[in-house]
Design a protein around this ligand. Structure first.
Ligand SMILES: Cc1cc2nc3c(=O)[nH]c(=O)nc-3n(C[C@H](O)[C@H](O)[C@H](O)COP(=O)(O)OP(=O)(O)OC[C@H]3O[C@@H](n4cnc5c(N)ncnc54)[C@H](O)[C@@H]3O)c2cc1C
Length: 315
């Protein structure tokens, strides 16, 4: 049975018409080669016009990207004039070393930090050993940073529970501790099941957390890699996603179209539940995030609450 034309149009208008643009932020990683660096600045060039709330830069858990992260952060902050949030982890360094990195950021005008524990040396799945004299967990790092400077501190949250946590309750209490110690927002691990995030958000509210829990959105173009990575970090990859990418190993163009479509659907579903801020894992690629943002009405030079009130031509 077909829907009457006016109902089809209403459905599309509900999806694209009446919403205002959400707030967005972007994650980048420090490049390893000259070519990768050129690509990063091209990506930044395209996405910066979307006026992100902040841009974040990852950090090798054991400090392996210390200089590269710092250089990218400095460039984004000073040259691009973007609100920049370096990631910082506890692994493999004592408190003095970590504090010195934070001092350096404060001195160059950075006012936001994403405070993380980091994965154990050897990768996720190995047993974590706090560094002697270091910050043991992210909650300790948050408290340490808060004592030194008035940073705006973000932390990680896990709608599907962090893989090392003894229980969901323990993990939620840990998140609450991070807020109690001074964090003002959390960014989630990426997820593909919208209901999982919504249940987690409810659990956060019940636990007394009243700060933003910003959904982390990963537009997926490489199913096999995503599946491998997700198994390690505890994100469930639904069967429909395998089906969506089936047979497209040698067809990156079609994979991109599907990736954009899935991410747009995910964000629209969350927006329908009142979520108005999203963090994109860009993987240093502009095209997908730009397309998804465009569909959300996040456009260059546009204020965030303005609605463009799209009309979909032809319907
Ligand atoms: C948005 C986001 C950005 C990220 N960016 C990076 C990055 O740039 N670099 C990087 O290396 N990794 C990054 N990660 C990955 C992150 O470092 C890992 O997931 C890491 O294993 C946990 O970090 P955390 O800050 O969540 O740790 P924590 O909040 O410290 O928690 C880690 C685990 O320890 C448990 N725990 C907490 N306190 C205690 C305690 N006192 N005793 C026993 N157990 C405890 C928690 O329940 C949890 O299972 C990121 C993750 C997210 C979601």
């Amino acid at each position: 049975m077909h829907l009457p034309a006016h109902e089809r149009r209403n459905l599309l208008e509900q999806r694209f018409g009446a919403r205002s643009a959400p707030k967005v932020s972007f994650e980048f990683f420090p490049p390893k080669s000259e070519k990768a660096e050129t690509n990063l600045w091209k990506t930044v060039d395209r996405l910066k016009d979307l006026s992100p709330e902040f841009v974040s830069v990852t950090y090798g858990a054991d400090g392996s990207t210390r200089e590269r992260t710092h250089d990218v952060v400095q460039h984004l902050s000073e040259k691009e004039n973007l609100p920049t949030m370096p990631h910082l982890t506890c692994v493999g360094a004592d408190q003095g070393e970590i504090d010195a990195i934070a001092d350096g950021y404060w001195d160059i005008g950075v006012r936001r930090i994403m405070a993380l524990r980091g994965d154990p040396v050897g990768g996720a799945g190995e047993k974590y050993q706090p560094h002697p004299g270091g910050y043991a967990y992210a909650a300790d790092l948050v408290a340490g940073l808060q004592k030194r400077y008035d940073f705006e501190i973000a932390v990680a949250a896990y709608p599907e529970v962090h893989p090392e946590a003894p229980s969901a309750r323990f993990d939620l209490d840990n998140l609450k501790r991070k807020f109690d110690n001074g964090a003002s927002m959390a960014v989630t691990q990426y997820f593909f099941d919208t209901d999982v995030y919504l249940r987690f958000r409810d659990a956060c509210v019940l636990a007394g957390i009243d700060k933003p829990i910003i959904p982390g959105i990963l537009p997926v173009t490489n199913y096999a890699t995503t599946k491998r990575f997700s198994d390690a970090c505890g994100t469930k990859v639904p069967d429909w996603m395998a089906e969506a990418f089936h047979g497209l190993d040698d067809d990156p163009g079609t994979r991109n179209l599907i990736a954009a479509n899935i991410a747009i659907e995910q964000v629209l579903a969350l927006q329908a539940e009142g979520i108005d801020e999203f963090h994109f894992y860009t993987l240093n690629r502009a095209d997908l995030c730009f397309a998804v943002c465009h569909a959300l009405k996040v456009r260059p030079g546009q204020t965030k609450t303005e609605s463009t009130n799209w009309r979909l031509a032809g319907y």
